[in-house]
Write a protein that binds this ligand. Sequence first.
Ligand code: NDP
Length: 423
Amino acid sequence: MERSNAATLQTTHPEASKSVSALNLSGAVLMMLFLPPFTYYMWICMVQFGGALVSPAALVGRIPAPTPLSVAIFLGWFLLQALLQIVAPGKTSYGLPLADGQRLAYKMNGPFSFWFSIAAAALVVYTGLLAPSVLYDQFGPLLTTANLFTLALSFYLYWLGKASPKPERLSGNRFYDFFMGTALNPRIGSFDLKLFCEARPGLIGWVLINFSMAAKQYQLHHTVTVPMILVCAFHFVYVADYYFNEEAVLTTWDIKYENFGWMLCWGDLVWVPFTYTLQALYLVNHTHSLPLWGIVGIVALNLTGYLIFRRANIQKHKFRKDPERLVWGKKPEYITTPRGLLLVSGWWGIARHINYFGDLLMGLAWCLPTLFNHPLTYFYIVYFTILLVHRERRDNSFCHAKYGADWERYRTKVRWRIIPGVY
Ligand code: NDP
C-alpha cells in the first residue's frame, strides 16, 4: 500500500512570516564577505604552506584570475551537466505539494548523468585532451571562475524570482533576498535550477576533483597512497549512494523549504566541490601510509556511519510512503498528529536526527586518513558538526511549529537530538 499522506506534506517555510532580523541580515553579510576568501585561504594553506595555518594576510596577491582553460572547463562542465539533465533517461518523480497543491515533476536521471560524466572524464583523459591532474593544476583559477559564475547566476535567480507571477517568500530587504533567493523553485520551462545545482555540477565535480588530486599525487610521487585511496573511495561511495537514492532529495529541507539564492547556489557550486576536496588536496603532497589497524578502524567507522545514515533516511522515506510497513520486523510505533505521523520506532526512536549522527561518523572517517599534523585537515568535521547542530535546532523549531504538543510528545519519547546518550 502506498499512502501519500497529504497532511504530512507542507511547504510553508517555518520562517515564512518573519521579516528579516538584524541578526539574520548581519549573518548573511558576514557569510558573503568571508566565505569566498576563506575557500581561497584554505587552498593557499594547503598548496603553498603544506597545510599549516598561516596569517590571512597570505591571501594578499595570491588570488588567481580565471584562465581560459578554467573558464572552458567550468562552462563545458556546467553545460554538459545541463544537457544531461535535459536529455538523459530517467523516471519522473513528483515533489511534495506546494502551497497551491501543485506537485512539480522532476526528472530523476542522476544515476545516468553520474556514470556518463565519469566515463566522459575518463575518455577526455585517455585521449589526452586534458591531463588527469588538470583540476589540481587549475584549482585556484577554477575557484575564481566558479565564484564569478555563481555571483552572475545569483543575480539572474534574483531577477527570475522577482519576475515570477507566483507569490514567493520575500523578506523585503533586497540584499537579504539576493542572499536567500527570491523563489522556492526557480525554473526555466521544466528545468529546475535548484535541484540541478544542488545535485549535479558540484556533486559530481567533487568526485572528479578528488580523482585529479590522486592523479597529481601519482605524477609527483609515483604512488597513490592508501589514505588517498580511502578518501577518494569514501567520497565516491557517498556521492554514488546519493544518486542511487536520488528521489529522497525531494523531501530534504533545501528542496522543501529553502528559496534558491546566492547561499544555496554558492554552497552547491563552490563550497561543496572546492572545500569537500580539502583532505585529498592535502594528501597530494603528504604521502604517509597507515597501519593495518588504522585502515581497518577508519573503514569500519565510515561503514558504521554510512549504515546509520542510509538506513535511517530510507526508514523515514519508506515510513512516509507506507506507515504500516514493518520497522525492524515489528509493527511501527508512531504518533498520530493532525499534520501527519511521526515515527517513534527504529532509528527514529533512538535519536531525533540519528541520520546526522551517521553523517558525522563518516565525516570523521574522511578526515582521519590525513593524520594529526595540521588542524585544517579536520576542517570538514568541525564545519559539518556546526552545520548539523544548527540544522537540527532549526528543524526542531520548525517541527515544533508544525506539530505543536505532538512534537513535544515525540521529544519526551525520544530524548536525544543527534548522538544517543550524549546530545
Ligand atoms: P531530515 O531528512 O532528517 O528531515 C527532517 C524532517 O523529517 C523534519 O522536518 C520532518 O519533516 C521529518 N521528520 C522528523 N522526525 C520525524 C519522525 N520521527 N518521523 C517522521 N518524519 C520525521 O533532514 P535533512 O533534510 O536536513 O537531511 C537529510 C540528510 O542529508 C541527512 O542524512 C543529513 O545528514 C544529510 N545532509 C548532508 C549534507 C552535506 O553537506 N553532506 C548537508 C545537509 C544534510 P516533515 O514532518 O515535514 O516530513
